[in-house]
Design a protein around this ligand. Structure first.
Ligand SMILES: [Zn+2]
Length: 313
């Protein structure tokens, strides 16, 4: 598509203009005013497990700083095959973690200790007492909330509940699952959009500072399990409409299950993915998902695309 090629050249041409603060002047898709999105790096080789987990020497949690203000964490496949991704975002007043992984045990999977150390490193030990750490979730499935207990009762830490009502009450949704809300981290606004369908309390998170969309289990390079087909179709359309006027740099989900071969996924439960798909998807991925759901219609059907598989349950 020609217009997108032009946009790509504009983005490329802007790269040498990065300021010392790491901001780039880029042109939003459907808007004539320029925006300043904070850039970061996804240049990371994710640990992808072992064929024999007894020999696996990777840390329980891999940590990659996208930039100084956003950290991506991944659980080791040999600790739990789901190997979910988790996202820690820093604002001036609070930090928020989306998802706490698939394992309860702090010994096997020290998510609280790891995140607390990142928070202290970011704000400084003295300032930590003035910062609230919020533990929230893309959705309530066990492989995204198992680490919650590690955070409960810790100082300056709030653990958000996992039911749709708890999520709606905490973030201030008045008409769940319609609309969206803004959530302020202190000079940094996240926008949360309810997207039930994979799971009832699922939200997508759009970060105005980086242009990153966190899509949880609703869109990632893998099997998009759909439990409520009509709700999911509505949610994806809603999300697609919501983002039409916003610039998206990356769509980051909660797992990788596809391989580098188009349309080919790893089997469920594998602990070893030596040729796994890259984590980031794009606006085009979301648009394609929406188009496929429209085309498939009201009757749930499996649909294999290069980068994801729509997988009704
Ligand atoms: Zn899930």
């Amino acid at each position: 598509m020609f217009s997108k090629k032009i946009l790509a050249s504009v983005l490329f041409a802007c790269l040498p203009l990065l300021s010392a603060k790491g901001y780039a002047d880029v042109t939003p898709l459907n808007n004539s005013t320029s925006s300043k999105l904070e850039v970061g790096s996804l240049d990371v080789k994710w640990n992808h497990g072992s064929s024999n987990c007894a020999t696996n020497k990777d840390p329980a949690i891999q940590v990659h700083a996208y930039n100084d203000n956003l950290v991506i964490l991944r659980q080791n496949k040999c600790v739990n095959y789901e190997a979910p991704f988790m996202y820690l975002i820093f604002g001036e007043k609070r930090a928020i973690l989306f998802d706490t992984g698939a394992t309860k045990s702090a010994t096997q999977f020290p998510i609280q200790k790891t995140v607390e150390a990142l928070v202290v490193a970011h704000y400084g030990a003295a300032e930590r007492a003035n910062i609230e750490l919020v533990i929230a979730h893309t959705h309530a499935h066990g492989d995204h909330i198992a680490g919650d207990a590690q955070f409960k009762g810790k100082a300056n830490t709030t653990v958000v509940g996992t039911s749709p009502t708890a999520v709606a009450n905490y973030f201030g949704f008045s008409n769940w699952p319609d609309g969206s809300v803004s959530y302020d981290l202190g000079n940094r606004t996240l926008e949360l959009i309810p997207i039930p369908g994979h799971e009832d309390s699922h939200v997508a998170i759009y970060d105005q500072q980086t242009g990153i969309l966190l899509s949880g289990d609703s869109l990632y390079p893998g099997r998009l399990y759909v439990r409520n087909w009509s709700a999911y179709r509505k949610s994806v359309a809603h999300l697609n409409d919501f983002l039409a006027s916003r610039e998206i740099t990356h769509v980051l989900g909660a797992h990788i299950e596809m391989s580098t071969s188009p349309g080919v996924d790893y089997t469920v439960g594998t602990t070893y993915q030596p040729r796994e798909h890259d984590l980031p998807l794009t606006r085009e991925s979301l648009e394609l998902l929406n188009t496929r759901l429209l085309d498939l219609g009201a009757f749930p059907q499996e649909d294999v695309q290069n980068d994801f598989i729509i997988y009704p349950l």
